[in-house]
Design a protein around this ligand. Sequence first.
Ligand code: GRF
Length: 220
Amino acid sequence: MERLALGVLISGRGSNLQALIDACADPTFPARIAVALSNRADAGGLDRAAAQGIPCAVVPHRDHPDREGFERAVDRVLRDAGVGLVCLAGFMRVLTPWFVGAWANRLINIHPSLLPAFPGLDTHRRALDAGVRFHGCTVHFVRADVDSGPIVVQAAVPVLPDDDEARLAARVLAAEHRCYPLAVRLVAEGRVRIVGGRAVVEGAAAPRGAALNPCDCASS
Ligand code: GRF
C-alpha cells in the first residue's frame, strides 16, 4: 500500500500534529507524515515531530517581504518532500488564493467550531457568549475565504452549564484529535469526492437521530 504523504503545517503546540503522528504510527494507516513545517522556530510541535524522526522545516514568514514569497518557500518544501496532502494544524498564517489554488483539493484544515458557525478566532468564547448548546470542530477543504470550504468531518460536543473557555476548549480539542486522523484516513482512502462545492464521503456511517442538550432525562 502506497501511503499518502502528508505535509503538516503548524505554528504552535502541535497537539493535532501529535494526533496525526500517533495515527500514522499504525502501519495500516493509509498516510504518513513526510514533513512537519512551521513558520515559527519555537513551535512546540516541531519537538514532537523531531522526537519521532519526522523531517521538520522552519520557514519564518518574516524572512519574506510578502505573503506570496513566504508561500512559495513553503510550497517548495512541500513539493521537495513529495507531499500529496497538506494538513493545516494550528497554522496561523492566512493563505493567499495562489497557495490555495496550487494545492486545490489537496489542502485541509481543522477549525475549533462547527462551521459555518464561528469562523475566525476565539471560537470557544464566542460559543459561550452565544449560549449554543453544542459546539465542536470541523475538518474541511480549504478555500480562499478563511474557514470556508467543503466539510469532511465534524464532531459536536455539548456545552455544559458550568463550562468556562478552558473546559470547553479541552472538550473540543479531544474531539479534534479524533476528527483529524479520521478525515485524513477518509481522504487517503480516496473516499471523499467534491461534488458541487460539498464533500461527499463514500461508505461511511453517520449517527441516526438527534442529540438533545439539555436532554431533560427525567421525562424520557
Ligand atoms: C486547534 O484548536 C485547531 O483547531 C486550531 O488551532 C488549534 C491548534 O492546536 N486551528 P494544536 O497546535 O494542534 O494543539
